[in-house]
Design a binder for this molecule. Structure first.
Ligand code: IPM
Ligand code: MG
Length: 361
């Protein structure tokens, strides 16, 4: 029997509620397909700070590194907003990305036919959208030095450094082109090369890597234009390749094509076995503990784990079909509720998806 060890980092806020449902679904897949999933839990974010005075304890890193993959809920909460930057929950997220060398962040933005009407955009604009955003995750202004706040010319002066090594651009470009080869063979590289030197290197390097993928059509877009085009005509995109900060912003924007942050999964990959899967939404402290959060983003993240870490493509399809059937049958959490549909709690939605897995395909 195949067996996989998963580090379970539920984190803060709604993290536990959504990862509980993802575990339920993985266990259902395991039951149906005779696969064993073992889970080892560890603390990350605010809950880790409460106990250890650090948001990313050594023990958690050890568990994450020894597992076959990491499933993360979310980190952060109002009670931690006043903490010094070095121990804020978000720091744990950046820390684990860097420690595990998770440089490739895959954020699919898919508009399910069952849900086109919940998008804030017109249905005919969003219907059929299927974009894969490939965001570089361990470089850029997020990690660049020097950084800080100092006194300069008699006043406070804050600075960060937007920077990339050519090798960092190369490896994420390869990820994008390889991904495009499995899809519609189009890559749009997003930068700000009309203003930034680092973007000029980005563009030059991506252009060079593209020579190794003659079948892929490469285009370029400035980030401001890309932000506009994603709203104007999202269907023009297949793979969007971009840096850390632009990818952060554009992926939140793209999530709204689907109508809810609660639907979108993500995978963060390295060039070793290290990989982490998490919903793109945050810890949502305002709805914590109410059993109303949408678990679909985390369930689909678990699905991406099966596909990208364990090569279980059939099992990924099982999960995706079960989610789509559940939506088709009219079950909705509050964030995607529509007239005439059945309002469903977090755990109930998980149960229905589970039943669809056990009876499906
Ligand atoms: C994300 C988040 C994080 C980021 C924050 C929480 C540090 O917004 O994963 O998109 O900026 O990368
Ligand atoms: Mg973000």
């Amino acid at each position: 029997m195949k067996s996989y060890n998963i580090a379970l980092l539920a984190g803060d806020g709604v993290g536990k509620e959504v990862t509980d449902e993802a575990v339920k679904i993985l266990n259902a897949v395991g039951e149906k397909q005779s696969i064993e999933f073992n889970f080892e839990s560890a603390l990350i974010g605010g809950c880790a700070y409460d106990k250890y005075k650090t948001p990313l304890p050594e023990e958690t890193l050890k568990i994450a590194k020894s597992a076959d993959a990491v499933l993360l809920g979310a980190v952060g909460g109002w009670e931690y907003d006043k903490l010094p930057p070095e121990v804020r929950p978000e720091k744990a997220l950046l820390g684990i990305r860097k420690e595990l060398n998770l440089f490739a962040n895959l954020r699919p933005a898919i508009v399910y036919p069952e849900l086109t009407s919940i998008s804030p955009l017109k249905s005919d604009i969003v219907a059929g959208t299927d974009i894969m955003i490939i965001r570089e995750l361990t470089g850029d202004v997020y990690f660049g030095t020097p950084k800080g706040v100092e006194i300069k010319n008699g006043e406070k002066f804050g600075f960060n450094n937007m920077c990339y090594y050519e090798s960092e651009i190369r490896r994420i470009a390869h990820t994008a082109f390889k991904t495009a080869m499995q899809r519609n063979k189009k890559v749009c590289s997003v930068d700000k090369a009309n203003v930034l030197d680092v973007s000029r290197l980005w563009r030059e390097t991506v252009t060079d890597v593209a020579k190794e993928y003659p079948e892929v059509e490469l285009s370029y877009m400035y980030v401001d234009n890309a932000a506009m085009q994603i709203i104007r005509d999202p269907k023009q995109f297949d793979v969007i390749l971009t840096g850390n900060i632009f990818g952060d912003i554009l992926s939140d924007e793209a999530s709204m094509l689907s109508g809810s942050l609660g639907l979108l999964p993500s995978a963060s990959l390295s060039d070793s076995k290290y990989a982490m899967y998490e919903p793109i939404h945050g810890s949502a402290p305002d709805i914590k503990g109410k059993n109303i959060v949408n678990p679909i983003a985390t369930i689909l993240s678990a699905g991406m784990m099966l596909k990208y870490s364990f090569n279980l493509d059939f099992e990924y399809d099982l999960i995706e079909h079960a989610v789509r059937k559940t939506l088709k049958d009219g079950f909705r959490t509050n964030d995607i509720m529509q007239k005439g549909m059945t309002l469903t709690s977090t755990s109930k939605l998980g149960d229905i998806i589970k039943d669809n897995i056990l009876s499906g395909m």
